[in-house]
Design a protein around this ligand. Structure first.
Ligand code: FAD
Ligand code: SF4
Ligand code: SF4
Length: 476
């Protein structure tokens, strides 16, 4: 490391121009080529495993210098480089094409990257994505998987998984690799959870998620869509049929703004708006028969990832979009890259305004939103955020469509139909991810509230390990 040449600047990824990309839903960031990935990989200082702050920052502790070094070491043989790098990543993360695209890297693996003190931090997310994409495009992931399958020792015990989002998919993969018979129950007509119905195509192409789901099928996982646990079948019925259950039903119930006019036509929750677009392909209407109305002026309420996704999706219908947030810009919780992309795409931002009324026309359709202007106080709240206070001054923004994106909570359906301990709407688990019901484990947004993909995947992995232990003890 002592003699290593420091290359301060990040190798940029290929990105589509804003004026082109707002005309369609195709992916914005085009990632690295092998040559560019090697150039970026060469910048990494290869911090020792026990010290590397990037590994500590990754919730699933991928050996980041380990996988990056493979790209440099085998630079003359791209297939070998990627195969070995993927082998390192797969030890901790089964969905790197997804996490490389959607993890909030600036708050996780890249946050304390040592290169940040000397220049730009290493672009870990885009390197991870490169490895996964190259492997998929060249059949390397299939090869690695098929080498794994003959070594799986089949077991008689079976596990039911409720919800096929990142937590459930990860647990299913881990358990199937350990030889268990795994059946997934998914309420929607497609598996994938938020990766499929929430995050838009221009950020995470659905073909990538479908490929991941197909890998699970290759491992023998039985995925039953259109099965709502709590309605089609109960958790207790699953416990009679399966040896253990993992609940990964996410946090799909949107929070609403409790002000007059919230039921006017033209007001969507971000969940409904994005589901229509992503899962039901409303942007291809009339080729797909899901209608969506956007009008000419769209106002989005909230400033998290969901708000950015809704705003950027609306922008692709050629309309004027404004994101409004009751706090200041420094508290925006969306990924940095999405905020930057939203700005480049001509989306306007209005900070420190809070909706107080939705104003309708004579037909009961929204035509404007009235906001109170807010000010920041010096006092901070329990989460360390500066408190805000109304100023008594108001501003009105015209709107044909309003999209509410102020957060989501776990669905109460499952919670109410079994004897779970619940706190603030979230299922409570012990240190082994087991709920208060023996043999039923839980993870992901169902226990955390709205969190992140990689945290949900980490839970899926931890739960799979705990279920394996539980079933081994049970069979003794
Ligand atoms: P989910 O992904 O919500 O999956 C739960 C699944 O369970 C769903 O498919 C649901 O249909 C199913 N289900 C629910 N109830 C039942 C039932 N009763 N029976 C059967 N099935 C059921 N995180 C990031 O890290 N980066 C991002 O960029 C990011 N962007 C986001 C954008 C949007 C629009 C949204 C909504 C979230 C975003 N998140 C992001 C958060 C992230 O997607 C979630 O934290 C993650 O998906 C949680 O995974 P999960 O498996 O716990 O739940
Ligand atoms: Fe970073 Fe997410 Fe990959 Fe971990 S999984 S290295 S946090 S991009
Ligand atoms: Fe490389 Fe940064 Fe991790 Fe060090 S902290 S190993 S420089 S990515």
């Amino acid at each position: 490391m002592a003699n290593k040449k420091i290359i301060k600047e990040r190798v940029p990824t290929r990105e589509r121009a804003p004026e082109d990309r707002i005309k369609d839903f195709e992916e914005v960031n085009q990632g690295y080529t092998f040559e560019l990935a090697v150039k970026e990989a060469e910048r990494c200082l290869q911090c020792p495993y026990n010290y590397a702050p990037c590994i500590k920052g990754c919730p699933v502790h991928i050996n980041i210098p380990g996988f990056i070094s493979k790209l440099v070491q085998h630079r003359d043989n791209p297939d070998k480089a990627v195969r070995e790098a993927l082998g390192v990543i797969w030890q901790c993360n089964a969905l790197p094409a997804t996490t490389g695209r959607v993890c909030p890297q600036e708050d996780q693996c890249e946050k304390n990257c040592v290169m940040g003190k000397l220049g730009d931090k290493i672009n870990i997310g885009k390197l991870e994505r490169f490895v996964a994409d190259y492997a998929r495009e060249h059949g390397i992931d299939e090869e690695l998987l098929s080498e794994m399958i003959p070594n799986i020792e089949k077991k008689e015990q079976s596990v039911a998984i409720v919800g096929a989002g990142p937590a459930g998919l990860t647990a299913a993969g881990e358990l199937a690799r350990q030889g268990y018979r795994v059946t997934m129950f998914e309420a929607l007509h497609e598996a994938g959870g938020v990766l499929m119905y929430g995050i838009p195509e221009f950020r995470l192409p659905k073909a990538i998620v479908e490929k991941e789901i197909n890998k699970l099928k290759t491992l023998g996982v039985d995925i039953r869509t259109d099965h709502i646990v709590g309605r089609t079948v109960t958790v207790d019925e699953l416990l009679n049929e399966y040896d253990a259950v993992f609940i990964s039903s996410g946090a799909g119930t949107p929070r609403l703004v409790n002000v007059p006019g919230v039921n006017l036509n033209g007001i969507y929750t971000a969940n409904e708006f994005l589901t229509r677009i992503n899962l039901m392909k409303a942007y291809k209407f009339p080729e797909y028969d899901t209608p969506i109305y956007v009008g000419e002026k769209v106002v989005v309420i909230g400033a998290g990832n969901t708000a950015m996704d809704a705003a950027r999706s609306a922008r692709r219908f050629g309309v004027d979009v404004t994101i409004t947030y009751r706090r200041g810009e420094e508290f925006v919780s969306a990924r940095e890259e999405e905020v930057e992309h939203a700005k480049q795409e001509g989306i306007k931002f209005e900070f420190l305004i809070n909706p107080v009324e939705f104003i309708g026309d004579e037909n009961g359709k929204v035509k404007a939103v009235k906001f109170e202007k807010m000010k920041l106080l010096d006092e901070v709240d329990s989460r360390g955020k500066r408190k805000i206070q109304g100023t008594g001054e108001y501003v009105t923004l015209p709107a044909d469509t309003v999209i509410i994106a102020i957060g989501k909570t776990p669905n109460r359906l499952i919670i109410n139909t079994s004897d779970f301990k619940v706190e603030r709407g979230k299922i409570v688990v012990d240190e082994n991810m087991m709920t208060s019901v023996e043999g039923v484990f839980a993870g992901g947004d169902a226990i955390r509230g709205e969190a992140t993909v990689i945290l949900a995947m980490g839970d899926g992995r931890k739960a799979a390990k705990a279920i394996d232990e539980y079933l081994k003890n049970k069979s003794q």
